[in-house]
Design a protein around this ligand. Structure first.
Ligand SMILES: Nc1ncnc2c1ncn2[C@@H]1O[C@H](COP(=O)(O)OP(=O)(O)O)[C@@H](O)[C@H]1O
Ligand SMILES: [Mg+2]
Length: 273
C-alpha cells in the first residue's frame, strides 16, 4: 500500500472540517478531490502535508504514519510532499530561477540564502526543470512579469526541485483561463505519467476531474461521499457530492477546458520539449 488515510479528522471548534476521511492508494496515482466550497478539500491537503494537525486519524505513506512525525522527520515528509496553491505563492519580485531554487531552501544556510548563492549543480537542475516545463526562457525574469499559467508552472518547477514523491495541488487552475488551465493540468499529468509521482489535486470543476484523473474522491461536509473512477462520476453521483439542489448544473462546475481542441500547438510543443 502506498498511501492509506485512516479515519482522518480535523475539528475547528465543534465543526469537523475533515470528518473520518478514509481512502487508500495502492500505487502512484493521479487523484482528484472535488466538492463544493467548504467541503474540507484544502484542510485535507494541509493535514496531509502537516501544515495543519489532524485531530485524530492516521495517514500511512509507505507504511509510516506521517501524521505522527515530529521535528526533522516531519520536515523531511514536507519536502517529500510538495504543495502548490491556487495563487502560486511565488516571490513576485524575485527572478524565476531563484523562485525555483527556493524549493530546496530548507537545505541551505541563512547566509547563502541572504546572498542568493546557489551551488552550480542546483542552478543547472532548476534550469533543466524549467526547460522541461517549457519555460526555460523565463528564467531571468521576475516572477511577477509572467502570466498566471507560467507562474503556476514555476510553482510546479519549485515543487519538482524538492524531488517529491507526492504533489498536492490545491485548486491549481482556479485562477487561470481555460488555455492556461489546460497547460497546467497537462503538466501535472505528465509529471505523474513520466516520473511516477502521485498527484493529488483539489479541483473545483467536474469536467477537469473527469478528464485528467485516474480516480476521484468527492467530499461533502468533511466526509468522503464518492470514491471511484471518472466513469463512475455520473450526473447523479455529482448531485450527491455537490448537493441535490435544483439549481445544480454541470455547466456551473465547468471550466470549459473541454471546449479547447485536445491538442493545441502549444501543448504539443510542451510534450515534445
Ligand atoms: N483555520 C480555520 N478555522 C476555522 N474553520 C476553518 C479553518 N479552515 C477551514 N475551516 C472551515 O473548515 C471547513 C472546510 O474548509 P476548507 O478545507 O477550506 O474547504 P474547501 O477547501 O473544500 O473549500 C469550512 O467550513 C471552513 O470554514
Ligand atoms: Mg479550498
Amino acid at each position: 500500500m502506498l498511501l492509506q488515510a485512516d479515519s482522518v479528522t480535523r475539528l475547528f471548534g465543534a465543526k469537523a472540517a475533515v470528518d473520518r476521511v478514509t481512502f487508500t492508494l495502492d500505487r502512484p496515482a493521479f487523484l482528484g478531490i472535488i466538492g463544493r466550497s467548504g467541503a474540507g478539500k484544502s484542510t485535507l491537503l494541509r493535514v496531509m502535508n502537516r501544515m495543519t494537525d489532524a485531530t485524530s486519524g492516521r495517514i500511512l505513506f509507505d507504511g509510516t504514519d506521517v501524521l505522527a512525525l515530529t521535528g526533522p522527520a516531519r520536515r523531511a515528509w514536507q519536502s517529500q510532499c510538495a504543495l502548490i496553491f491556487q495563487q502560486f505563492n511565488l516571490v513576485p519580485r524575485l527572478d524565476v530561477a531563484s523562485n525555483v531554487l527556493h524549493g530546496i531552501l530548507n537545505r541551505r544556510s541563512t547566509l547563502a540564502t541572504m546572498f542568493n548563492i546557489w551551488p552550480e549543480g542546483d542552478i543547472l537542475r532548476a534550469l533543466s526543470i524549467l526547460d522541461r516545463l517549457g519555460i526555460a526562457e523565463q528564467a531571468p525574469k521576475r516572477a511577477e512579469a509572467l502570466s498566471g499559467g507560467q507562474q503556476q508552472r514555476v510553482a510546479i518547477a519549485r515543487a519538482l526541485m524538492q524531488d517529491p514523491k507526492v504533489i498536492l495541488a490545491d485548486e491549481p487552475i482556479a485562477s487561470l483561463d481555460p488555455m492556461n488551465a489546460q497547460i497546467v493540468m497537462d503538466t501535472l499529468r505528465r509529471i505523474h505519467d513520466e516520473d511516477g509521482r502521485t498527484v493529488i489535486a483539489n479541483l473545483h470543476t467536474l469536467d477537469t476531474a473527469r478528464r485528467y484523473c485516474d480516480r476521484v474522491i468527492g467530499m461533502r461536509d468533511g466526509r468522503v461521499v464518492f470514491d471511484g473512477t471518472p466513469d463512475q462520476l455520473t450526473t447523479g453521483a455529482a448531485r450527491d457530492i455537490y448537493g441535490a439542489d435544483a439549481s445544480f448544473s454541470e455547466s456551473a462546475t465547468s471550466t470549459s477546458i473541454n471546449a479547447l481542441p485536445p491538442d493545441t500547438a502549444y501543448a504539443e510543443a510542451m510534450v515534445r520539449a
